[in-house]
Design a protein around this ligand. Structure first.
Ligand code: NAD
Length: 440
């Protein structure tokens, strides 16, 4: 099948490359010229395991090409996926749809008489957006006196950064929301090679499935974080508590790791967007409001532990921060807890030397310029007052801890991701402060 993917970010690029790998002819469209230049050269602008290999092999086989010309894609493809960003409007919390409406405007101006075009919305969008998109494009075509057949479908994406290629290729389910049977049939055959269950529904329910899924996952994280805070107060161990809870098949073991809360480009904005959507529908979502509030306070709580440990006197102390990305295996810094925690340390007059295996370039663009960067975790902690672990990269789990102890000015580790057993750290003579477990 010939398909276009508009927006070649985390979702669009993975979608395009994976569909190409399944044997389709794909055009990736992006308005960012430098992105398109590097993609044409086989370089991925983002870090995602396995992506660059898949990208270059499919460029070589001429199954995927990249362009900044939407016109080109509209002329050549019947199916056009929209995967542009839908960031949060910081003022209201709702999703900012300006990129989606811009694509709708461009489609309305480029589709020609006689063409049949199926627009598939992969971006996470508020309920009703797919229908509005279709009517916006149609009314623009009408104004231009263009006689074309345009349908829009919702097809939310559930991939996770850090395992995006695998998640795309082996999804738990594919959701297709459209009332148009031909569009549904085409999408079903496009996804058939993945062998995943396909749920067909109307566009509104499809859009809601995406928000409800992300909100439930975020709720699991905030819930276990709150339980972790309780564990600290009563002397229980959150690792054992979460294991025991997660063994119940009705609950499931995933998303029960206590820490410094969720970040990234999806959970923070999607939970707040759903609070807004609920409000518009006349419902005050008390659960979601709490999920958001607990997540925000979890970062603050961790920072407070550090501040309390030094009785508020952080000025002039240097901290070796390990991990900046919002989670392992990605370079994505959007809404990363590290941003707030590092800012908080700097505000108290501390110095920060940070290390992340892949996110340091992205971090330089968002963190204050006072932050210094080290080439490896050992250099980050060399001479520091303490190590502060903010992302659970495997690399950190395999650190030579006796070397870390030798390098630190004092053997203190604040672990926001619970990557080491408390007993081991105690035995090694560390002061070790983590989440939901006794401090030693
Ligand atoms: P992103 O910011 O990484 O990528 C968006 C891309 O769209 C950018 O490259 C941008 O240049 C391009 N773009 C913007 N306007 C354009 C236009 N008019 N024409 C062509 N290109 C344009 O975003 P992302 O993380 O890939 O997210 C995309 C959507 O998918 C969002 O709605 C997000 O909520 C959703 N989503 C994201 C993830 C994730 O893990 N990142 C997972 C599931 C769903």
């Amino acid at each position: 099948m010939k398909i276009a993917v508009i927006g070649t970010g985390y979702v669009g690029l993975v979608t395009g490359v994976c569909f190409a790998d399944l044997g389709n002819e794909v055009i990736g469209v992006d308005s960012d010229e430098s992105k398109i230049r590097s993609l044409r050269a086989g370089q991925s602008p983002i870090y995602e395991p396995g992506l660059v290999e898949l990208l270059s092999s499919n460029i070589r086989r001429r199954r995927i090409v990249f362009t900044t010309s939407l016109q080109d894609a509209v002329n050549r493809c019947e199916i056009l996926f929209i995967a542009v960003g839908t960031p949060q409007d910081k003022r209201t919390g709702e999703a900012d749809l300006s990129f989606v409406w811009e694509v709708a405007r461009q489609l309305g101006n480029t589709i020609r008489t006689g063409q049949t075009r199926r627009i598939v919305v992969k971006s996470t969008v508020p309920v009703g957006t797919t229908e509005s998109l279709e009517s916006r494009i149609r009314s623009r075509l009408k104004a231009r006196r263009v006689r074309a057949a345009v349908t829009a479908a919702s097809n939310p994406e559930f991939l996770r950064e850090g395992s995006a290629v695998r998640d795309f290729m082996e999804p738990d389910r594919v959701v297709i929301g459209t009332g148009d049977s031909k569009t549904r049939a085409l999408l079903v055959s496009l996804y058939k090679p993945l062998g995943a269950p396909i749920l067909s529904t109307d566009p509104r329910s499809s859009e809601m499935i995406k928000y409800a899924s992300n909100a439930l996952l975020a709720a699991k994280i905030s819930f276990i974080n709150e339980i972790a805070n309780v564990c600290e107060g009563i002397g229980a161990n959150i690792i054992d508590v979460a294991s025991g809870v997660g063994m119940d098949k009705r609950i499931g073991a995933h998303f029960l790791s206590a820490g410094i809360g969720y970040g990234g480009s999806c959970f923070p904005k999607d939970t707040e967007a759903l609070v807004y959507i609920a409000g518009k529908g006349g419902v005050r979502s008390q659960i979601l409001e709490s999920v958001v509030a607990v997540n925000k306070s979890q970062r603050r709580r961790f920072l407070d532990k550090i501040i309390r440990f030094y009785k508020g006197r952080l000025a002039g102390r240097r901290f070796g921060v390990m991990g900046l990305a919002f989670k392992p295996n990605t370079d994505d810094m959007r809404e990363a807890p590290s941003i707030d925690i590092i800012r908080g340390l700097l505000k108290k007059g501390a110095e920060v030397v940070a290390y992340d295996p892949v996110a340091m370039d992205a971090a330089r663009r968002v963190l204050p310029s006072a932050v210094r960067y080290a080439q490896d975790p050992y250099r980050a902690v060399d001479g520091a007052a303490a190590a502060v672990i903010l992302t659970e990269w495997n690399e950190f789990k395999e650190l030579d801890l006796s070397k870390v102890k030798r390098l630190l000015a004092r053997p203190v580790i604040f672990d926001g991701r619970n990557i080491f057993p408390v007993e081991d750290m105690e035995q090694m003579g560390f002061r070790y402060i983590s989440i939901g477990r006794r401090a030693v």
